[in-house]
Design a protein around this ligand. Sequence first.
Ligand SMILES: [Zn+2]
Length: 308
Amino acid sequence: MWKYNGPIFDAHTHIGNPKNLEEMIMFEDEFGITAQLAIVHTKEVFLDARNKYPDRFVFAKYLFLNDIAHFETDKIVDDIYRTKDEGYVLTKMWFGPRWRDYYENAPKDFRIDDTRLEPVFQALEDNSLPLLIHVGDPDTYYKLHYADTDKYGTKEDHLAQLKNVIERYDRLLFQLPHFASQPEIHRLSNLSTWLNQYSNVIIDTASSRWMARELSKDVKDAREFLMRHSDRILFGTDLSTDRTDRDYFQGRYHAQRVLWETRAQHTPLPFEDADTRDSGGTFINGLDLPLSVLRKLYWDNAVRIYRT
Ligand SMILES: [Zn+2]
């Protein structure tokens, strides 16, 4: 049914509730996912998953935002120095703008490019620990949820902060999820510049909904981007063990496979997109990528970067 029939490496998944791990893997197997990058928040979950499936995962340790937001750098640096020995391959930080809702007592002027965080990024670089760092969110979220810019900041500024960090730590590998929060067609040229300028950056395709919604808007531009940067883009979904229904998994895989592999036109996203519910819905226009590019996207890039 699909153009690509090889194995798939999902470079962006979450293991929350470990009880549902078997179900997640069962659904993944149905769709050809045979290896994955898993973000874990606790040691217990990490050990449990590794014991049950010793060869399947590349683990990313979540670095606690509360410590980062309060510049508790000694604590984080300490943690980073243990990370490799514990068996993790990389680390994860999350800065969706709504983090401000969860940590209201964090300094109002907090920035990820604040010099006080230098020890953290330096420790990652010194330990050769790649960093998966989520900064920003879809343009739609800024419009729908973050209109209070005094509280949340602006997308342009969030991206500028991220750029400063990437520039400063050029020996640190950054996996920027969600196309570095820039899959919107009007942002692709900026993202292209980043990829050309910073060889320490790779991006993933997590959030099937976000990718499908935005890249479908201009198939020609989107396809050119994928072709040009095909060595630096990793397939990812953001799927999590916190949900266990087949539809949830199926919908996300299906959406991306239609997007990357087919010439489908105006195919409805197989699940609801809350961001477009009131504005006509989300539709997929396929990019029809060549097999050589699909192979890199689904497997080769992730294996080259994380499995050597
Ligand atoms: Zn994620």
